[in-house]
Design a protein around this ligand. Structure first.
Ligand code: NAD
Length: 501
């Protein structure tokens, strides 16, 4: 009898009330670890009802009390970090140190959420007119929802619901069905920290659960992170249903390597950015745009040396640099992209397609791949591969590099490697991308900034977490107030009130 991963509704684990399930694999062995329940519309409806019922009391709970729960939750996350990291690795495949890294980034978001009383103070202006005061306050929306991808099962949900709930909302989370266990475990820790039942509900599921969340009128706002076609659909449908929506999508991030760059530093930075987490990061760098052939040749020499020293194997083995891909289906897709790169004329310098890991022959492993002479128009240039495939693109000038980046449909992250401050400033000033690094390959903003790409990497106006999350999960109300002095009566005024009167 296989273990069933169920839902968390109204503070209780619901094992499964649905006949539909899907296997959850261990990517390092290909074995089925468990079955995840796929919630039907009535199960999602029960989660929404629980969140709706919990809302009035939670909205009126002082922000400081809500924040204290987050502070306790943060301590529990730190204490349970090893358990959570092991769950991430077991279902996603990434190496343990990387799993700890994503969890730590998630914890930083919980820490930021615990500043809620300060973030929600609002704005006040005294005497905006004779005896009149005015203030703006940020009120909770009600039931909010989040839909998250497989590649950061701990961090991305923590981008969303801690900020939503400290702002006074209740939440229904729909994690990825491919890596559900760490997300559910973390949600249970939040209850242990004191989050009342119903404030956070977790429903596992697939498209049916998502469509129910999108169309239920009790859900006021939806945060989504995942691939661009789904993000675009969620944004359009959610807006049509009258909800506030932010939908973060896919990416194809370019690194520019200038002739004056420290090549050794660029090589090390690119190794982690291209092959870390087996390339399954929306901020991964799959394209290195080299300004000049000399730069390209030097970079390739350094990369080949580093790749030869890489250790690929199960994520639970601390000596490994890179684990497997998430599923067999995704492995086939990534291999297919490498085949296509060869067919379209790029030069495959390092071929990871045939790699096998002794003792893990059924695991979803692929070795690092390196292409030279990748050009716009090739499928491996245009599309997000989400695997350990790095392509070298050769250009002659920074302007040419920037034109390529700006012309690409995605605009999530980019970076430049240079010692020239003027070039770096020109790049950061003009490039059409939302998150930019200078000698920093993964410019993922810290928790007290917000995260978001441009172009088809984000649909919506507000970015994820940080200050934008306070705006996303609240609605502004502005109150203008006068208490007339006793006995003072004014006549009727027919002109529009202004500072002239
Ligand atoms: P995905 O789009 O397949 O799935 C994301 C979520 O949407 C999951 O919960 C899934 O169940 C649901 N879903 C999938 N298909 C759906 C459909 N047709 N209708 C409704 N819901 C659906 O993404 P993934 O493969 O889990 O994650 C990888 C993708 O996420 C990559 O494209 C990556 O770039 C992107 N990503 C983006 C960011 C960012 O911040 N921009 C961060 C992490 C991942």
């Amino acid at each position: 009898m296989q273990k069933i991963i169920g839902h968390l509704i109204d503070g209780t684990l619901v094992s499964s009330d649905s006949s539909r399930t899907q296997p959850v694999f261990d990517p390092a062995t290909g074995a089925i670890r468990a079955q995840v329940a796929l919630a039907d519309a009535s199960t999602v409806g029960a989660a929404i009802a629980s969140a709706e019922q919990a809302f009035p009391a939670w909205r009126n709970t002082p922000a400081l009390k809500r924040a204290r729960i987050m502070a306790r939750f943060r301590v529990l996350l730190e204490e349970q970090a090893d358990v959570i990291a092991a769950l991430i690795t077991a279902e996603h495949g990434k190496v343990l140190s990387d799993a700890h890294g994503e969890l730590q980034r998630g914890i930083e978001n919980v820490e930021y959420a615990s500043y809620a009383p300060e973030l929600l103070k609002g704005e006040h202006a005294r005497n905006v007119g004779p005896g009149i005061d005015s203030w703006s306050e940020f009120q909770a929306l009600g039931v909010t929802a989040g839909i998250t991808p497989f590649n950061f099962p701990a961090m991305v949900p923590l981008w969303m619901w801690p900020m939503a709930v400290v702002c006074g909302n209740t939440f229904v989370l729909k994690p990825s069905e491919r890596a559900p266990s760490s997300t559910l475990y973390i949600a249970r820790l939040a209850l242990e920290a004191g989050l009342p039942p119903g404030v956070l509900n977790v429903v596992n599921g697939d498209r049916e659960a998502v469509e129910t969340l999108l169309h239920d009128p009790r859900v006021r706002a939806v945060s989504f992170v995942g691939s661009t076609p789904v993000a675009e659909h969620i944004y359009a449908e959610g807006c049509r249903a009258g909800k506030r929506v932010q939908a973060l999508g896919g990416a194809k991030n370019h690194a520019v390597i200038m002739p004056d760059a420290d090549i050794a530093q660029a090589v090390h930075a690119l190794m982690g950015a291209a092959y870390g987490s087996c390339g399954e990061r929306c901020m991964a760098v799959p394209l290195a745009v080299c300004v000049g052939d000399q730069v390209a040749d030097a970079l390739i020499a350094g990369l080949k040396e580093e790749i030869a020293a890489m250790h690929v194997g199960p994520g639970s083995d601390n000596t490994c640099d890179m684990g497997p891909l998430v599923t067999r289906q995704h492995l086939d897709k990534v291999r297919g992209y490498v085949d296509q790169g060869v067919a379209e004329g790029a030069t495959l310098l390092v071929d990871g397609r045939t790699l096998t890991v002794p003792g893990h022959e059924e695991g979803y492993f692929i070795g690092p791949c390196l292409f030279d002479h990748v050009r716009p128009g090739m499928t491996i240039y245009q599309e997000e591969i989400f695997g350990p495939v790095l392509g070298i693109v050769r250009v002659n000038t920074l302007a040419e590099a920037m034109q390529l980046i700006d012309a690409h449909e995605y605009g999530n992250g980019t970076c430049i490697f240079t010692r020239d401050g003027e070039a770096a400033r020109h790049f950061t000033d003009h490039i059409q991308v939302g998150m930019v690094g200078v000698n920093v390959p993964l410019p993922v903003p810290v928790a007290y900034h917000s995260f978001g790409g441009w172009k088809r990497s984000l649909f919506g106006d507000l970015h994820a977490y940080g200050p934008d999350a306070v705006r996303f999960y609240t609605k502004r109300k502005t109150i203008t107030q006068r208490w007339p002095s006793a006995g003072v009566r004014e006549g009727s005024v027919f002109s529009f009130p202004s500072s002239r009167t």
